[in-house]
Design a protein around this ligand. Structure first.
Ligand code: G3H
Ligand code: 13P
Ligand code: ZN
Length: 359
């Protein structure tokens, strides 16, 4: 029984100054790759499923797979998280299927396309937090809209992401508003906008402070030192992975992601959860293309999926090590959700806004 809540895990990460990658999954191979990497370096894990992943894999399949992973790897604390929940229903059905944490992304309306008002965001996030905390589950909120400071547009990938032009005010989270938002919603973790976006095409050049606004993280952390910050769109889109894909018939135009050293800098300033999906997809796809190209007569899916899984495992292992997650699984004594619910009810887990204001 090693299923952990996001709140307990990120509290531990904050105490010991490390970050935790949150890897997206859609299938068994990705789940196994992450857990193999975690086992190899004693890292606690966040596995997250988007709404797209839930409909692709089926909620029951995902729930049983999480159960299986905790049985196979009983010593690895595993947080199962809903990525970009768009409504109360999405978040509550995730919890019903064994998720220990949900993201209520109220930065967008429930269509996951239209930038929402601040009042809408506060009100829906506060409602979800109240319901989730009653059963001990954790909540991540988002303030600010993900999108590119280069193009002034959000990314609409697989039906998720703001459509149309966005102002810098929308694309950069306001630190004062972040204090108000954390206090009113009582979220356990706060995703912020600072120029990252989902997918492979984040930046047209190696990002500097003009297009990857790390200073926003630092400003928010100064005002909210006790709130766990989350970086979305944090794949690094490594050149090596682009090259493998393109060497074996891919046609990915040159692109740049978030350099790992910038994430390490974020971790020094309160970033505790780092969302990574694209890098894992690219690691797997590179190997699938390589096998298909080198062995055109091959037809056993395992011959494709095993190298793909290994490449994803290596990517995950690297991030566990670079973010300082490695070595921490065995240091955590997992608290059951009931105990977390009791602590919320007793007011022991409120974000310490008063301390933050005094700091
Ligand atoms: O939210 C972004 C993640 O990369 C999930 O993507 O909606 O295609 O599963 P997805
Ligand atoms: P990437 O597309 O950069 O991997 O981001 C994933 C993410 O933020 C999922 O919520
Ligand atoms: Zn995201």
């Amino acid at each position: 029984m090693a299923r952990i809540t996001l709140r307990q895990l990120l509290d531990h990460a904050a105490e010991r100054s490390y970050g935790v990658p949150a890897f997206n999954i859609n299938n068994m191979e990705q789940g196994l790759a992450i857990m193999q990497a975690a086992k190899a370096c004693d890292a606690p894990v966040i596995i997250q499923a988007s709404r797209g992943a839930r409909s692709y894999a089926n909620d029951i399949m995902l729930a049983k797979m999480m159960e299986a992973l905790t049985e196979i790897y009983p010593d690895i604390p595993l947080c199962v998280h809903q990525d970009h929940g768009n409504s109360e229903a999405t978040c509550l059905s995730a919890i019903r299927h064994g998720f220990t944490s949900v993201m209520m992304d109220g930065s967008l309306e429930s269509d996951a396309k239209t930038a929402a008002s601040y009042d809408y965001n506060v009100s829906i996030t506060e409602r979800v937090t109240r319901m989730a905390h009653a059963v001990g589950a954790s909540v991540e909120g988002e303030l600010g809209v993900l999108g590119s400071l280069e193009s002034g547009h959000g990314e609409a990938e697989d039906g998720h992401g703001a459509e149309g032009a966005l102002s810098h005010d929308q694309l950069l989270t306001d630190p004062e508003q972040a204090v108000d938002f954390a206090g009113r919603t009582k979220v356990d973790a706060l995703a912020i906008a600072m120029g990252t976006s989902h997918g492979a095409y984040k930046f047209s050049r190696k990002p500097d402070g003009d297009i990857l606004a790390m200073h926003v993280i630092e400003a928010i952390h100064q005002k909210l030192p006790n709130t766990h910050l989350v970086m979305h769109g944090s794949s690094s889109v490594p050149q090596k992975l682009q090259d493998v894909i393109n060497r074996f018939g891919g046609e990915m135009p040159q692109t740049f992601g978030v350099p790992v050293e910038e994430i390490e800098r974020g971790i020094r300033h309160g970033v505790r959860k780092i969302n990574i999906d694209t890098d894992c997809r690219m690691a797997m796809t590179g190997q699938l293309r390589k096998i298909a190209s080198e062995n055109p007569s091959e037809f056993d899916p395992r011959k494709f999926l095993k190298p793909a899984m290994d490449a994803m495992r290596d990517l995950c292992l690297d991030r566990f090590e670079r973010f300082g997650t490695a070595g921490n699984a065995s240091r955590i004594k997992v608290l059951p959700m009931d105990e977390m619910a009791r602590r919320y009810a007793a007011g022991e887990l409120d974000p310490r806004i008063a301390t933050a204001r005094a700091a």
